[in-house]
Structure formats: C-alpha cells, structure tokens
Design a binder for this molecule. Structure first.
Ligand code: BMA
Length: 395
C-alpha cells in the first residue's frame, strides 16, 4: 500500500509538473493548430533550426510582387521555412515597406498551406507625434489605459486584430508568431529603453496581449519577446536579457535579434572576434528557454548586403554546430531583400549563392521542403529521416 502511495505521489508529481509546465502556449484558448505549432517548435530545436526570411514572397533584388517568386527559392531550391511580415502602417493599403496588405494576407495563407511558418512584427508609428517608429517622442504612457492617446492606440490595435482575424485557411485560423514592440532594450524605437519606463513597456505588452486574446478572441498567436543583442551586456548574465520582460505567462518564445555579433558595421570587433559572444548569446537564450520550458529563436539576424565571405556557413552555422549541445533555437530569420545594399538572403548570381546552397544542404538547417506537418501532431523532418533498409530495397 505504501509502495502504491509512493508510486501515486510520484506519478502525481510528474503529472502536476507537466500540467504546470507542459509546453503549451500562454493563451489558454490557443487553437489546436497553434498548440501543435508550439509543441513542434521544441522538436525542431532538438534537431536543428529553420531558416527564415523577411518579406520573402513580396519582393527580392530586382523584382517586386511576382507570384511564386522568392530569392531564397531561386537560389537554394526551396522556400524558407519561416516568413517574416510587418504590420507597420496597418489601415493603409500598403505597409511601411510598400507591401500591399491584401497580398500579405494571400501570401500568409499560401505559406500556411505549404507548411511554412509566419511571424509578424509591428513597426507602429508614434501615436503621440504621428512620426514613424523611429520617432523617439515618449508615447508608451500616453497609449496605456487612462492615457490621452489610448483611444488612438485601440484603433490601431483593432486594425491589427482585424488583420489577424482575416488569416484563415478554410475554417482554420492560421497560427502566427507575433513579435510586437521588438528590440525594446534599444533606444531607436519610441517603445525602447530610454524613451519609456520599463513598467510602462511591460504594461503595454500585457494590455496588448490581453486585449487581443480576451476582447478580440484572437487565439491563434504565439508571442515572441525579442530584445536586441547590441544593448545586452553579456557579462551580467541572464539579467541582460530581461529588461522589459512581461512575465512567463505573457511570452511564448524566447527570441533574440542579433546582428551585432555577426558582422554589424557598428561593432568594432570583427566577426571572428565576436564569435564567442554570438555563441554566448545563443547559449543564453537556449538556457533561459530550457529553464522556462519555452522555445528560443534567433528572431532577426543577418549581414547587410552580404559582404562577408561564407557568412551563412562560417558565421551563422558553424558556431551553432560547434555548440550543438547547448544551443537550441527553433529558427534564424534574416532581414529583407530590399535592394543590393540592403539585402540579407542571396539571389541567383550573388557571390554568396554557393555558400547559401551549402548552408541549405546541411542536415541541421531546415527549409520549407525539409519539414512536414508542423500544424499537426508531430512534425516530420524529411531531411533527417532515415529510410528503413527494407523500404529502400523494395523501391
Ligand atoms: C528596417 C529597414 C527599413 C524597414 C524596417 C521595417 O530594418 O529594413 O527599411 O522599413 O526595417 O521593415
């Protein structure tokens, strides 16, 4: 009897731990596809990481809004697994980078139906000054409940909710990784450190997530928190990550934007000198993610204009491979291919195209055609699947 009691207690403890911390999204009402995506992100990170690209389908170097095109696909043979989009200028016909919102809705649906993942950031204009996201006029306090610009913020947030609501495929809502108010530990956006109080930033995050989930019943989002590496002092350890962290019950993904360690021209160190810090930053988010039982991701990275030789294999991939026991990231997303001096993914004919192909062929790097069923029970990583010998023989 005693033994049974012990066993039962043990089983209960495991069950209650799992119940408390079972890898579910923070939104208790998340749709089944969103829950599946979330769970599969953990599995993916165990095996390697997915490659992502901002605005991949919208335009590339030398083309604009041509159906089916993608610089990534035309260079590597597959679309990326992850696609970044941005809702800056929501309510207008086009976003801040001139992408038609109607096109974006269609492309997001295409991505979902092919089994890719969509992540959305929001370069919201300054609600106080009417300037851009980069206008530092203090505004966070003013848009919180009770603030003089709250009604205006609600108008924008409702437009965002309307947009999310449109993202459907048949009767399914399309899961989205939402990454609002990103790089907030930097001072370049009005929601950044130095331009607002930390407590106000946190309240803005909580209000935004709460409004979307509870008032607007938007239950197909995973929330990604993404500070910027350039404003983290790694010598202070995990503390450097958490400025503005709204709490475990408001964040699904432990993100990081890191251009700093991978060739930023603002960084005086070379990429070789920065490698230990890139590794340290990725190990840190992996460790935080493990402790919190949430997936980590390199939510933005890249080398502007791809001037560094073999950037994909040597600067991004190699440090991850060499430290695989400690690095677990679901994906790495590079920024947009706007023009030759502001592009991050190769296109055919670019000097780094061959290196990109090598990156794409690595067993731990997943493009869209390497993964199957990310919104279903258990994702299949086709690239790493071993064919049973008997199956190989009968073919
Ligand atoms: C920045 C640049 C800008 C762009 C913004 C939002 O990094 O690419 O040109 O408007 O992101 O996409």
């Amino acid at each position: 009897m005693k033994k049974i009691a012990y066993l039962l207690t043990g089983a209960f403890m495991i069950a209650s731990c799992a119940g408390q911390d079972d890898g579910k999204p923070v939104d208790q009402n998340a749709t089944p596809e969103t829950v599946n995506l979330y769970r599969n992100l953990f599995l993916i990170a165990e095996k390697g990481f997915m490659f992502g690209h901002e605005d991949d389908l919208a335009y590339g170097v030398g083309w604009w809004a041509e159906e089916g095109r993608s610089d990534v696909k035309e260079t590597a043979g597959s679309y990326p697994a992850v696609y970044g989009w941005d809702l800056g200028d929501i309510g207008a016909e086009r976003n801040l980078d001139s992408v038609l919102f109607d096109d974006m809705v269609r492309w997001i649906r295409e991505v979902y139906e092919r089994g890719g993942i969509n992540t959305i950031s929001w370069h919201l204009d300054n609600p106080v000054s009417g300037g851009s996201s980069w206008d530092k006029t203090p505004a966070v306090k003013a848009i919180l409940p009770g603030g003089e610009k709250h009604a205006e913020y609600l108008r924008s947030l409702n437009l965002v909710a309307d947009f999310f609501d449109k993202l459907r495929s048949g009767d399914k809502k399309i899961p989205i990784v939402f990454r609002p108010f990103h790089e907030h530990n930097g001072d370049w956006f009005w929601w950044g450190k130095g331009n607002c109080e930390e407590s106000d930033y946190i309240e803005l995050w909580k209000f935004t997530a709460g409004y979307l989930k509870n008032e607007r019943k938007i239950n197909h989002l995973l929330y990604a928190f993404s500070p910027d590496r350039s404003r983290m002092d790694l010598s202070t350890g995990q503390a450097s990550y958490f400025w503005g962290y709204p709490g475990d019950e408001y964040v699904d993904i432990i993100g990081l934007d890191n251009y700093w360690d991978v060739g930023s021209t603002y960084n005086k160190k070379t990429v070789e000198e920065s490698k230990p810090e890139l590794v340290q930053s990725l190990e840190m988010i992996s460790e935080i993610a493990r402790e919190k039982n949430k997936p980590a991701a390199l939510t933005e990275t890249g080398n502007e204009a791809l001037t560094i030789d073999q950037w994909y294999t040597k600067v991004l991939l190699q440090p991850v491979k060499e430290n695989r026991e400690r690095i677990r990231i679901g994906w790495a997303l590079v920024w947009r291919n706007a023009r030759p001096d502001h592009m991050y993914a190769p296109h055919p004919g670019h000097p780094s195209a061959a290196d990109f192909l090598e990156f794409r062929n690595d067993p731990i790097v997943f493009f869209e055609d390497d993964i199957e069923g990310i919104y279903a029970g258990k994702v299949k990583i086709i690239k790493q699947e071993e064919r049973p010998a008997s199956a190989a023989q009968t073919e």
